[in-house]
Design a binder for this molecule. Structure first.
Ligand code: URA
Length: 217
């Protein structure tokens, strides 16, 4: 993978002004972590809430924790996570700069696809995370995550690599890193998707900077 031809707009760091968002996320986590709304609560080792910068402009959403995530309580720390870190770095994001989470916060046995009742019970946590963070861009990883969030049955090919509006959020969809590990020849397409997303990200963050400048003039 290669770097970008343009400078990435500055992303807020958690040090300044993030107290209320991080406090709100911490409060939400406190409420959510004992969730027992579905049967996954009975088999989980950890509730994998999500992690990252509460002021992130970019939120990355996967499907559900796997074995390593369940064991550690952190999203995307296994092989898929290592590849995700590389993809983010290629797009000049450090992992700590963005916010990473999943649709399901508990591991489905054997990593099977999420069931409808699990999705229905877990989506409100994700929606509240997004309401607090208010990202400028959302990146969804894989067909299952995208179909689940968007409530459609479209193919990944139809959805990836373009701007999709969902609940007022600017969303992009690309391959799940686990799929890229199985099919390395899809990495080129993933990189193309990420570049489309980054161009959009740069545009909206530049516009925001211009507006701030005008307001301060
Ligand atoms: N796959 C996901 O969708 N999420 C994780 O956290 C890990 C693997």
């Amino acid at each position: 993978m290669q770097g970008f031809l343009f400078d990435k707009p500055e992303q807020s760091t958690p040090s300044k002004g993030s107290a209320s968002k991080s406090e709100e996320l911490a409060l939400l986590f406190d409420t959510a972590k004992t969730c027992s709304k579905c049967m996954l609560a009975g088999s989980r080792l950890n509730f994998v809430f999500g992690e990252g910068n509460p002021l992130a402009h970019l939120v990355v959403i996967g499907e559900a924790p796997g074995a390593e995530e369940d064991a550690s309580g952190r999203p995307f720390v296994g092989r898929s996570g290592q590849l995700l870190d590389k993809i983010l770095l290629a797009a000049s994001f450090r992992r700590e700069e963005v916010y990473i989470c999943n649709i399901l916060k508990c591991r489905p046995p054997g990593n099977r696809n999420p069931l409808n009742d699990e999705i229905a019970n877990c989506m409100p946590w994700l929606l509240q995370q997004l309401r607090i963070i208010k990202p400028k861009v959302i990146l969804m990883l894989g067909k299952v995550a995208a179909n689940t969030i968007l409530g459609n049955t479209l193919s990944l090919g139809t959805m990836r690599g373009k701007l999709i509006q969902w609940k007022g959020y600017d969303c992009f969809i690309t391959y799940h890193p686990a799929a890229l590990l199985r099919n390395p020849n899809w990495k080129k397409g993933c990189w193309e998707d990420i570049q489309v997303m980054m161009r959009h990200y740069a545009t909206i963050c530049d516009e925001e900077k211009l507006t701030e400048k005008r307001v301060n003039e």
